[in-house]
Design a binder for this molecule. Structure first.
Ligand code: AMP
Ligand code: MG
Length: 418
């Protein structure tokens, strides 16, 4: 008897019938409600605070600006002036930034002031240098000029004691300016989340090493390690594990002792060589998440000796999408930064695509001439498309037929801190 392969069914590429696929939003909601911050806090100087997660609200020690000052180079005096010509005598001396005038300016007289100078006693209004004629002893200008013109009030930007940055904030360069300006030299931040990255698969070889037939270079590890660093986490390189339970078990043991979260890639399905899911199942703390997502299924989520493990798919495209969509907000929450939703933008499509209902889809995309264009191939092994892209187009769970010019949601890589 000759063995014949079974016929292809019409729906061989359809999602399995009768199986519950978790919608992306439900999966995210589960992560959001089940995870909590796990990192302790420390205080660091401003120069070490960039990219760190603020551990508690911080308040201004000092107002900004600390005292009323002039916003322009010009001449200061008391009160506004009505329309018409005005001539005022100049007092001797001047007020410059950091070099205040230490007398009082009598009513009806004016003083030379330079940008940033504290307003001398008797001055609450400044006229712009360009609007004045002077012989060095008096100034002449035309009104009207409002009282307070061209000056900055004390605390008009920030009042002393006001909360300037709230807990969970990921510190930016501008935040450092704000903290410094309001009298702070250090900030309370969370310890960085330590994220271990492990690749699995007998076929994997280290970049640059000789590769035999059937072998491929480990592309996920350099990508994920770099991505995690960009996201502000402390990335731990856990190397490569063979498709061997003993090897994998030993590496997970080591990882659980050193990392707060473990990202593995490969071996997350239910096949013979899918040892990550097998081990997590054996440990009794494994959830195989059949997420209605393309590219990306399946995602194996489990606990290994108390450390959460994200078992990412092996395909680099799926591994990246799952990391951006699921692992990043989950890790952000554990790191103390709260649940971060990537900011997307509605933009006109520069492509046409039909999509069936049942799962959300992410396309490698980039903006050109005001439109989102997508990579020519959707194959999840196409690493060149990841590199070509500058973001993802998110297509909704339901059926869609996108035509050129239709609005689609574009999420730049930068929205994922990538
Ligand atoms: P798996 O999830 O282990 O079945 O792997 C799915 C596909 O991704 C296979 O073609 C693997 O060879 C490939 N793959 C797995 N891990 C990596 C990796 N670290 N770098 C590049 N390709 C990988
Ligand atoms: Mg594999």
């Amino acid at each position: 008897m000759t063995l014949t392969p079974p016929p292809l069914s019409n729906d061989c590429f359809a999602l399995p019938a009768g199986v519950d696929w978790t919608p992306v939003d439900d999966a995210l909601e589960l992560l959001r409600t089940r995870l909590t911050p796990v990192m302790g806090a420390e205080t660091v100087p401003l120069e070490a605070a960039l990219g760190r997660v603020l551990a508690q609200d911080v308040a201004a020690r000092r107002a900004n600006p600390p005292q009323p000052n002039t916003a322009v180079d010009g001449y200061g005096f008391a009160g506004g002036r009505p329309a018409g010509a005005h001539v005022l005598p100049l007092v001797e001396g001047r007020a410059a930034a950091g070099v205040p005038f230490d007398g009082a300016v009598p009513a009806g007289q004016a003083i030379r002031v330079l940008t940033g100078a504290a307003l001398p006693d008797g001055v609450d209004t400044v006229i712009l240098e360009e609007d004045v004629n002077t012989d060095g002893r008096q100034i002449a200008f035309n009104g009207p000029l409002k009282q307070g013109a061209n000056t900055r009030r004390a605390g008009e930007d920030v009042q002393a004691g006001a909360v300037i940055l709230t807990a969970g904030r990921v510190i930016t360069p501008a935040d450092l300016a704000l903290a410094a300006a309001t009298g702070l030299a250090e900030l309370p931040v969370r310890q960085p989340l330590r994220v271990g990255v492990l690749s699995t698969g007998d076929e994997l070889v280290e970049a640059g090493m000789p590769a035999g037939p059937g072998q491929i270079y480990d592309a996920n590890r350099p990508m994920l390690l770099a991505l995690l660093r960009q996201m502000g986490f402390q990335a731990l390189d856990l190397g490569r594990a063979a498709d061997d339970r003993g090897d994998l078990r030993a590496r997970l043991d080591d990882a659980a002792a050193r990392a707060d979260v473990i990202l593995t890639s490969g071996g997350a399905s239910a096949g013979d060589e899918d040892h990550v899911s097998a081990l997590l199942r054996e440990a009794g703390a494994m959830q195989e998440w059949r997420i209605a997502l393309k590219p990306g299924r399946p995602l194996a989520l489990g606990m290994w000796q108390g450390t959460p493990v994200f078992g990412l798919p092996g395909n680099p495209v799926a591994a990246l999408v799952c990391t951006l969509i699921f692992a990043r907000p989950a890790m952000g929450l554990m790191a103390g930064a709260g649940w971060q939703r990537p900011q997307g933008f509605e933009v006109p499509a520069g492509f046409e695509k039909r999509k069936k209902p049942g799962r959300r889809e992410y396309l490698r995309a980039r903006m050109r001439d005001g439109r989102a264009e997508v990579f020519a191939s959707e194959g999840s092994g196409r690493i060149s498309g990841l590199s070509w892209a500058e973001g993802l187009v998110e297509l909704p769970d339901g059926a869609v037929h996108v035509k050129p010019g239709d609005p689609v949601r574009f999420i730049p890589y930068g929205s994922f801190a990538m």
